[in-house]
Design a protein around this ligand. Structure first.
Ligand code: FAQ
Length: 324
């Protein structure tokens, strides 16, 4: 996206170099000049993504102590730890743009930055853990594999490892559901109930429809986003329908059917007013999820202070050693 007034300013050669790099599909790196809008958009999206990973630990974390076997507990524990790691890579990527992690956390806690709507729904049964892996990680993969080709180097590289781990997460969810579907009638009902509750919120993860997505045009011109919200949503539906058939569950959408002509599935319209409500703080669990994040942050203050004091001590020792 070329800023026309820049063509007349001292920034013109820098803007030209930036535009040419994007046009050649090469990466922008932290040392490179970039337009303020590009930097701001990246900080916004990466911070929202990082916050989602961290808040996303809560709905599943609630089940670690209630997992039905040691094996399931170990798997869930590893998954929730992975989400923490993803949050940390992403905050680091935001820091390469000049953002400050403490400031981003403050903005999250004060409701000034967003996180994914999906993490404002309750996890009522252990089947929800399987469905989160299958749907939520599946949607995350659809959305994030193209981000491995995002134009900003540190973000794209962080996404490579994140996507590998999300793929493992999705499979563990599907395997858990397969196991439950081979179990008792009550277990099969739990799976169907979880599918019914998570389907529509999962479709909303891809964001508002293209016509109501104010950030998409610039993000796609800058090659931060490679596909539109609706395009990725369609891919997710096409990917998930055969998996649902194999599993033996029904997706709760009477309009869902294969369209031979288009070579894609037709599907119903999510309740966009629900998405807006949840994004703006009025979902079933927004208050408790942000409050939990706030108290974890406050309770962890002594750890941050101790780590800072320890790092200062180590640095002083190293200086003393170098001077001796
Ligand atoms: N929830 O103009 P657009 C995961 C906001 S990680 C909340 O279309 P954009 C892993 C949007 O920010 C899941 N807010 O925006 C995991 C904007 O507001 P703003 C997170 C939403 O950025 C699995 C406004 O609405 N993934 O699942 C949502 O071009 C299991 C207008 O929207 C990412 O963040 C929403 N659903 O497109 C963890 C991926 N949709 O910022 C634990 C990276 C839209 O102007 C357990 N992000 N908004 O105030 C993206 O790809 C994009 O940011 C979109 C939105 C596609 C989410």
């Amino acid at each position: 996206m070329t800023t026309t007034h820049a063509a007349h300013s001292a920034e013109a050669p820098l803007q030209e170099h930036f535009d040419a790099t994007i046009a050649r599909d090469q990466r922008i790196e932290p040392r490179d000049w970039m337009p303020d809008g590009y930097r701001g958009t990246l900080v916004r999206q990466i911070a929202q993504h990082a916050h989602s990973e961290i808040i996303g630990m809560q709905p599943e974390g609630e089940w670690i102590s209630r997992a039905p076997s040691l094996r399931r507990k170990a798997i869930l524990f590893a998954k929730v730890q992975d989400e923490a790691g993803h949050g940390l890579y992403l905050y680091s990527a935001a820091e390469t743009l000049g953002a400050d992690r403490a400031d981003l956390t403050r903005r999250l806690i004060e409701g000034r930055q967003k996180y994914s709507s999906i993490f404002n729904y309750p996890t009522g049964s252990f089947a929800d853990i399987g469905v989160i892996g299958w749907f939520v990680d599946g949607a995350a993969i659809c959305n994030q594999v193209p981000l491995c080709r995002s134009s900003y180097g540190p973000y794209a590289r962080a996404m490579v490892r994140i996507c590998k781990e999300e793929s493992f997460h999705q499979r563990q969810g599907y395997e858990l559901l397969m196991t439950m579907m081979r179990g008792t009638a009550a277990q099969r009902e739990m799976v169907q109930d979880a599918v019914d509750r998570w389907w529509w919120p999962s479709l909303m993860m891809f964001g508002p429809p293209d016509g109501d997505s104010p950030n998409s045009a610039a993000s796609m011109a800058w090659k931060i986003k490679r596909h539109s919200n609706d395009e990725l949503r369609r891919r997710f539906v096409d990917m998930t329908v055969p998996q649902a058939e194999k599993l033996g569950v029904t997706l709760p959408d009477p309009e869902l059917r294969w369209n031979e002509e288009r070579g894609h599935h037709d599907f119903g319209t999510p309740d966009w007013s629900e998405l807006q409500r949840v994004i703006h703080g009025d979902g079933p669990c927004n208050t408790e999820r942000v409050e939990r994040r706030r108290s974890a942050h406050e309770d962890g203050a002594w750890v941050r202070e101790a780590a800072t004091a320890h790092a200062a001590k180590q640095a002083a020792r190293a200086r003393k050693g170098a001077a001796a």
